[in-house]
Design a protein around this ligand. Structure first.
Ligand code: NAD
Length: 247
């Protein structure tokens, strides 16, 4: 761990007001939520096309829901870690702070963040396949698989973005605006393989922001990073925050 780098970053953060953060599955790894890639990643155990595509849902909604029910069970048991908590606190530290996440686990909200752009949806929300209404749903285990809309009895689906689906354009636009107008952008716990999320820090760098990457492994974003911390998010973010608060 390079303390000089942490001190330099804390000095920079003390003098700026607009921060954007992109998080990925790695920020929740220390809470016990499996990532998708990496040695314990979910895609080493399951095939994406069997479970996280609209075609898979059409073919076998019960199978897809069993998988989501299992993932909801994993996530229901875990708590936000120090990395989530520092980011929640930074909403009050910086005059402009936005959190853009690829995660669907809801742990940022549980940690206290309120200004969150959920690019890929939320595993605790369900959407009616007929009326497109979206509701929060924290039931675990689900009493009925596949669950049905209480109003119209059509199938409910997880309110998450599956492979081959488009992202919500209003959320995307906001994420782009915040990325290209911030002074510092963090990329935390993302392998930076999924687009368009991976392009936000690049757009930020091109617009003149300093880029901070936190990831034990290098990624395609490392090339753009002004600060690269090869550490676990839950260990390095509290340290950065400590130095930021030292006068
Ligand atoms: P990813 O699984 O592709 O990559 C995770 C990254 O996190 C890797 O680069 C890994 O080196 C890094 N990492 C692992 N432990 C870390 C730690 N303690 N601190 C910092 N970094 C750490 O994840 P992704 O880039 O978010 O993309 C995958 C997709 O997976 C996203 O669309 C997301 O919606 C979905 N996903 C979400 C969750 C979740 O909600 N928690 C979990 C799995 C997958």
């Amino acid at each position: 761990m390079d303390i000089k780098e942490i001190i330099a970053l804390a000095g920079l953060l003390r003098n700026i007001s607009r921060v954007a953060v992109l998080t990925g599955a790695g920020i929740s790894a220390e809470s016990g939520v499996p990532t998708f890639r990496g040695k314990d990643g979910l895609w080493n155990q399951f095939r994406a096309e069997d479970l996280a595509t609209p075609e898979a849902f059409e073919r076998d909604p019960a199978l897809v829901w069993q998988w989501y029910n299992w993932r909801r069970g994993l996530i229901a048991k875990v708590e936000p870690n120090p990395a989530h908590k520092v980011l929640a606190q930074w909403e009050r530290t910086f005059p402009s702070f936005v959190l853009i996440t690829q995660n669907v686990d809801g742990l940022h909200k549980k940690a206290g963040s309120t200004n969150i752009l959920e690019l890929h949806g939320n595993i605790w929300k369900v959407r009616c396949t007929k009326e497109s209404t979206v509701e929060e749903n924290y039931l675990f285990p689900l009493p009925e698989i596949p669950p049905r809309c209480p109003a119209c009895k059509a199938l409910l689906r997880p309110h998450v973005i599956w492979f081959g689906e488009s992202l919500d354009s209003a959320i995307l636009n906001k994420a782009f605006v915040f990325s290209t107008s911030c002074e510092v952008m963090f990329a935390i716990g993302t392998s930076a393989f999924i687009q368009p999320a991976a392009s936000f820090p690049i757009a930020a760098a091109e617009a003149g922001a300093k880029i901070v990457e936190i990831n034990p492994d290098p990624t395609p974003l490392t090339y753009y990073a002004d600060f690269s911390f090869r550490e676990k998010a839950g260990e390095i973010l509290p340290l950065i925050d400590d130095y930021l608060n030292k006068k």
